[in-house]
Design a protein around this ligand. Structure first.
Ligand code: S3P
Length: 172
C-alpha cells in the first residue's frame, strides 16, 4: 500500500455478496471519510435501475457507463467507493482504480456469497439462475483480476465489524 493512501480513494472490489457496500459504509464511518456506491451513482446518472440498463441496453453498455462514473468518482481525493462486482474486471476501469486509488479485494467463500445474494435477488446476472453455480463460474473468471488488488481481505461469515478491522489493520 502506498504511503499516501490517505489522500486517495479506497475502492472495494469483489464478487456480488462480498459485502462491499455494507463494509464500505462502516469503514467510511470509522475513518470519517465520505462513502459512495458506484452502482447507485450509475443509476442516478442513467436515471434507471441497473437491471433496466442491462435489459434495455446490454452489459457492455452498462460497463461503458460504469467506467465513466468510476472515472469521475476517482477524482477529488479520499473517499470509500463500493464498486459493482464486474467493475474491476474491465481492463480500463481496473487500470484507473489501480493508478488512482487503493483497491481492496473483499473475498468470501462461494457458499457465503450465495447465501448473502439470495436474500435480495435484484441482480441481473443472477436472475433465474442458481447463484452458487454462477458465482463459482464468475469467481474462476474474475479471480485473476481481483488478485491484482494490493489488499486481499477474506470476509468470513462473522460480523462485518471484523472485516472492517482487518482492512484497517492492512492499511495502518
Ligand atoms: C455485477 C454486480 C452488481 C452490479 C451489476 C453487475 C457483476 O453489483 O454492478 O449487477 O458483474 O458482478 P454488486 O457486486 O454490488 O452486486
Amino acid at each position: 500500500v502506498r504511503a499516501d493512501w490517505r489522500r486517495r480513494p479506497i475502492v472495494l472490489v469483489g464478487l456480488m455478496g462480498s459485502g462491499k457496500t455494507t463494509v464500505g459504509k462502516r469503514l467510511a464511518a470509522k475513518l470519517r471519510w465520505p462513502f459512495v456506491d458506484a452502482d447507485a451513482e450509475i443509476e442516478v446518472a442513467a436515471q434507471m435501475p441497473i437491471s433496466e440498463i442491462f435489459a434495455r441496453f446490454g452489459e457492455s453498455h452498462f460497463r461503458d457507463g460504469e467506467r465513466r462514473v468510476i472515472g469521475r468518482l476517482m477524482e477529488g481525493g479520499h473517499k470509500i467507493i463500493a464498486t459493482g462486482g464486474g467493475a474491476f474486471v474491465d481492463a480500463e476501469t481496473r487500470a484507473l482504480i489501480l493508478n488512482e486509488g487503493t483497491a481492496i479485494w473483499l473475498d468470501a467463500a462461494i457458499e457465503t456469497l450465495a447465501a448473502r445474494v439470495s436474500k435480495r435477488n435484484h441482480r441481473p446476472l443472477l436472475i433465474g439462475k442458481d447463484p452458487k453455480q454462477v458465482l463459482g463460474e464468475l469467481m474462476e473468471l474474475r479471480a485473476p483480476c481481483y488478485r491484482q488488488a494490493p489488499i486481499h481481505i477474506i470476509s468470513a461469515d462473522g460480523p462485518h465489524e471484523e472485516t472492517v478491522n482487518a482492512i484497517l489493520h492492512a492499511l495502518i
